[in-house]
Design a protein around this ligand. Structure first.
Ligand code: ARG
Length: 587
């Protein structure tokens, strides 16, 4: 594995050295380099430095240029405007850097992070005995992408699917099952759809009895107590609900083409044993106080509409623990037992107040600190094409599976249209339809900044034009087809071959993959990776329009252009894979 220094980093270093030589008292000075349309890069840092040194910026810029050693890296450095530097790198440097990336397998020259830590990432957390909704989809898609991005940078990641598997509603469900034993089949279902429809039926039926029958309500309440005190029969039935739900969860995750590991499904109930101790520690340290019998944490800055402080309830007056106690215990477990340095939560922005309070309480306890931090990547709401929260015409929440099925159906139609020309078999059409449909859903979610709401608009998602995964997938497949057609010629870098402007633009963009990835990962911003890939595909399209590949002027130029095609394809493939999206070889 050989990480590659990007051209931007090399140029930056050259300029910084020259700046320090020209103005030693300013060292180490930042030339403030950025990509530019005029040249390859522009450095703007001299203006501020000249001002500080009370020097003339243009003169200082000229002195800096004199100190720069060009070598093989720089073709031209010129002073422009009041004291900017326009920097052009050589064609040779571009090709050589890209060749080093190409020689580095799947990592493409991207370095690993200096000091990797352990991130526990809490994502894809549906609720037992309940249908998943589009919000759960977002958490799964964003969480999975972030996790793969983090892994790629060398961070250790541990997944936690904090499923909603505890709470008073289980009293009602279990009591109903005791009174109507045939309602869930004795064996756990193996079919996800079937499992969910059984659970739905039990949920609705038990709810109806619960709302209508006071005596049942009372028996359900007693059942909650039995569950909490660990009564065997009650726990066994609870487990049935959990197992049946997991069958359903797995079927949805599989549809989403996403790996979920059983040992990482650690729901609210997993922290039950820790909760009394969590409460004791909070109370003993004075972070939590008793208020009307309940154990609560107050925050000066968090107040309700009436101006009264809103407390975080750790333990209710009746002794019961809830969502907050579970999350606080989970933090202890993740920090102490899993050695996490970062806790990342991918949860609906509507829970951000909950997390703000939980994190603050944990900070007061010292469980979180400057070294162990927590973030909630609160994501926005999924809207329908009409811009209103996504609902069916009847006003119900949309079933996730129906949505995914429809996306795959539409995508399959798109794939089928071109299938004959490409020569796809029926099996390939079906497989590609799935990758394109699921990719479309994921990409639409990932390409908007997570904290914003986004429109779930299938027409737009499977469109071949514009910022969609289909566009990127087709770009990839087109490149692969060119590479297949190049009989006799193989991709090979030829640093001596001059580059056309479109080749330079493509090459310089390919070279920034590692830096972009580091930035997108550090900011938990998969949309930046999506934007990078979209731009890559666009730059490739321009290159392809302007630069004949197989009919280039010389054999060396053919090979060099094939080399650019190949590296573009590999970068697209890797980038899409990090977003959880497949790139079929033929489309
Ligand atoms: N199951 C919850 C829901 O559907 C999300 C859990 C989020 N994670 C957590 N640690 N609280 O709303």
């Amino acid at each position: 594995m050989a990480p590659v220094t990007s051209l931007a980093a090399s140029v930056h270093q050259r300029l910084a050295d020259a700046l320090s030589a020209a103005l030693p008292e300013a060292a180490p000075a930042d030339p403030l380099l950025r990509r530019s349309d005029r040249a390859d890069f522009q450095a703007n840092g001299i203006l501020a430095l000249a001002k500080k040194a009370k020097a003339n910026p243009r003169e200082l810029a000229t002195q800096v240029v004199e100190k720069i050693t060009n070598g093989d890296l720089l073709a031209d450095v010129e002073v422009s405007g009041p004291g900017f530097l326009n920097v052009t790198v050589t064609d040779r440097a571009i090709t050589e850097t890209l060749a080093a990336r190409a020689a580095d397998g799947d990592r493409l020259g991207v370095p690993l992070k200096d000091k990797p830590g352990t991130t526990v990432i809490d994502y894809a957390q549906p609720n037992v005995a309940k249908e998943m909704h589009v919000g759960h989809l977002r958490s799964a898609v964003i969480g999975d992408a972030l996790r793969q991005m983090l892994d790629f940078t060398g961070e250790k990641t541990i997944g936690r699917h904090h499923i909603g598997d505890w709470g008073t509603q289980f009293g009602m469900l279990i009591q109903y099952l005791i009174e109507h034993p045939g309602e869930l089949s004795p064996e756990t279902d193996t079919d996800g759809d079937q499992a969910m429809s059984n659970l739905n039926r039990v949920y609705k039926a038990s709810r109806a009895v619960f709302d209508a029958d006071e005596a049942f309500k009372e028996r359900a309440r007693k059942r909650v107590v039995a569950l909490q005190s660990g009564d065997k029969e009650t726990l066994d039935l609870w487990q049935r609900f959990v197992d049946e739900s997991k069958v359903y969860f797995y079927s949805v995750f599989e549809k989403l083409d996403m790996e979920v590991r059983d040992e990482e499904i650690v729901g609210e109930s997993a922290y039950n044993d820790l909760m009394p101790e969590t409460a004791r520690l909070l109370e003993e340290s004075g972070v939590a106080v008793r208020s009307d019998g309940a154990l609560v944490v107050f925050f000066d800055e968090i107040r309700g509409k009436d101006g009264e402080p809103v407390p975080l309830i750790v333990q209710k007056a009746d002794g019961g623990f809830g969502y907050a106690a579970s999350d606080l215990s989970a933090i202890r477990n993740r920090v102490v037992d899993l050695d996490a340095t970062t806790l990342l939560y991918v949860v609906d922005v509507r829970q951000s107040l909950h997390f703000k309070m939980v994190f603050e309480a944990a900070r007061r306890m010292g469980w979180l600190s400057d070294d162990v931090t927590a973030h909630n990547m609160g994501y926005g709401t999924v809207l329908g094409a009409d811009g209103k929260p996504f609902k069916t015409r009847a006003g119900e929440t949309v079933k996730l599976e129906d949505l995914l099925d429809e996306a795959v159906e539409r995508a399959t139609a798109v794939v089928r249209e071109k299938a004959e020309k490409v020569g796809l078999t029926e099996a390939e059409i079906v497989e590609n339809g799935r990758y394109v449909g699921i990719g479309a859903v994921k990409y639409a979610d990932l390409s908007t900044s997570a904290n914003r709401d986004y429109k779930f608009d299938l027409d737009q998602m499977v469109s071949l034009n514009g910022d969609t995964s289909v566009y990127l997938q087709y770009a990839y497949a087109r490149i692969k087809s060119i590479l297949r057609k190049a009989e006799g010629a193989a991709p090979a870098a030829h640093p001596e071959v001059g580059l056309a402007p479109a080749e330079r633009a493509l090459g310089l963009h390919l070279d920034t993959f590692g830096e972009l990835l580091a930035e997108a990962t550090a900011e938990y911003a998969p949309h930046k990776l999506a934007a990078y890939l979209y731009q890559l595909a666009s730059l490739y399209t321009t290159f392809y329009d302007q630069c004949p590949v197989l009919k280039a002027d010389t054999p060396a130029q053919v090979e060099n252009r094939l080399f650019l095609c190949d590296l573009t394809a590999r970068t697209l493939h890797q980038g899409m894979a990090l977003l959880g999206i497949r790139t079929p070889e033929r489309l």
